[in-house]
Design a protein around this ligand. Sequence first.
Ligand code: G6P
Length: 586
Amino acid sequence: MCGIVAVIDSQPVKKTIIGGLKKIQYRGYDSAGVCFKSDLKLVTIKVKGSVAKLETELNGYDGEIAIGHTRWATHGQVCEKNAHPILSSDKNWAVVHNGIIENYKEIVDERTSEGECFFTDTDTEVISSLLSANDFEDNLRSVLWTCKQLKGSYAFCAINKSDNHVYAAKHKSPLYAFCDGKMSMFASDPICFPKGDYYKFEDDEICKMSKGKLEFFNFKGEKIKKTLQKYQNINSSADLNNFEHFMLKEIYETPDVLDRVCDVYEKLDLTALKKLKFSSVKLVGCGTAYHACLMGAEFFKRILNIDAEAVQASEFRYGKQIIGSHSLCVFVSQSGETADTIAALEKISKKKAKTLVITNVPHSTLSQMGDMHFSTCAGPEICVASTKAYCSQVVVLYLLTMALKSEKHFYQALRDVRKLSEQIQKFFINISPFAEEIAKHDKVFFIGKGIDYITALEGALKLKEISYINCNSFPAGELKHGVLALVDEGTPIIVVATDEKLYEKTMNSALEAKSRGGKLFVISSLLPQAYELKDFEMCMTLPKVPKLLRGVMAAIPLQLLSYKVCMIKGLNPDMPRNLAKSVTVE
Ligand code: G6P
C-alpha cells in the first residue's frame, strides 16, 4: 500500500508534492514524509500522522527535486523512524517505496554481515542499503543492480545526493510518470498529475527523471520507448466541492453516477458479451466489492438461472476452485489494484475460463487484465468507505446480467436504473434521530433474508469501518442458532426487509430478538401495519424500485446512517483508523 510522489521542476516543488500526497492518502495515511534535494544535501522531514501534519512541519524547507510518501505500515510500527523517505546508512540515497520486499530478511542478514547498519524496522531500508552498496559510476546502474536483488512487489523512487535525477522502478505495484517538458513527476496514481497524458510503468521498468525529461529502461538497462496514455476525463472531481467529507459528497453523487452508467452502457457494444457461453459463474472481490459480487451472484441465478457463487479474493487464491472452459469468472474492484483480486485473476489465467473485469479506475492494473473489461463510471472515490462505487458495481452487474438475458431485458434494466437514480435523488433523508440512537451502543446487529442479507452485510461493514462499533450481520433465520445469546436489553437490531415475500419470516426472527430485549430498527419497502409500529423503535419505508435493485436503494440510508454515527462520535469517515482504500499488499 502507501502512496509515492516525486517531482523535479525549475521552481520549488513543495506545493506540488504535498498536493500530490494529499490526493493519494487513500492509499494509507498513518505517517508521511518528504525528502528535498538541496545543493548536495538530502533533507528529510517525516511525521507520524497525515500529510496535513507534514505540511505544517515544512516551513522553511523546499527544493526543486523531491520525493514524498504517505504510509500504511506493513513492516515496523507506525512511528517517525519508520516513515519514508528512508535514507541509506551513508545518507547518500533516500527512497520512498510502495509494496513488500519479500526477501528483505535475507538481504538484511547479508548486508549486516558486510558491516552495514539498519536503523528502521522497514523492509524498504534494504532498497536504500543496496543502492549504496556498490560504487557504480552511474547511479542508474545502482538502481538496476538493486532491482535484480529484490523479490516481492515494489514501486520505488530514489534520489542520490550527488546528481539531479529521480530514479524510479516498478515490479507489481503501480507507478506512473508525467512530463510536460518543464515539470516531471512520478506517482502511484495519475490523479496526482496536472491534467494531461502520462506514461504507465510496466513491470520491470526503470525511469530516470531529469529536469523536463524522462528516460525509460528495461531491467537489462536497455532504453525503451513508451507510449503516452490518454488522460480519461470523467466528469467528477477529486475535490470536496463544499462538502465536509468525501464520504458525504460521494453518497450524494450516486444518482449522477447511475445516470452516467446508463448513458455509457446504452452506447456500449455488448456483442462480445452476448456471445459468451458458460454454465457457471464465480464472482471475486474483497470488502465492499465482494458484497457487490454476492449481489451479482443473485442476479446470475435469478435472471439467467445459472449457478453462481461469490468468493472473497483472499479465499479464492488458496481455496480449491472448480473452474473450466464452461466457467465465467467475474472480478470486481473499485481501485483495480487490490492485490488479492489481481492474484485471484492470475491464478485462473492458465485455465480456459472466460474472465470479465469490473473496475472503477480505468488505468488500474486489473483493468488491463481479463478477456473483457467494464467500467463502473463512478469517478474518483476518495473516502475509504466505498459508497457510490458499491452502488455502481451492483448496477453494472445488473445491467450485464440483463444484457446476457436479452436485448429487451437490457433496455428494461436501463429504465430500471434511471428510475432508481431518480428515487435515490429524492431520498437523501435526515437520518439523525436513527444515528443518535445507534451511536449510543457498542454493538449492533444487522439482519436480512436473501438479497436483504447481502445489504445487511454491507450495512454492517460500512458502520463498523467508520464508527468502530462492533457490527455483525446475520441471515435473519440464523439468529436463533447462536446470535440470540448476544442480544440483551437495548441491543440494536437493524432489520433489512425489502422483499415482500420474505417480510413476514424476517419479522418473525426480528421479534424473537425483540423478546430478548433487542430494539428493532426496520428498513423496508413496505409500509408497516399500525399494529407493527409498537414493536419498532424506528421504521423507514423506502421508495418503490424494481425488486433486484432494492439492495442499492436500501444501501443509501445505511451509508448515511454510518456517516452520521461517525460524525456524532467525532471521527473522520474518510480516513478510518488502520485501513486504507487501496489494499495493494496481500
Ligand atoms: C479495502 C477498502 C474497502 C474496499 C476493499 C476492496 O478494504 O477499505 O472499502 O471495498 O479494499 O477494494 P477494491 O478497490 O478492490 O474494490
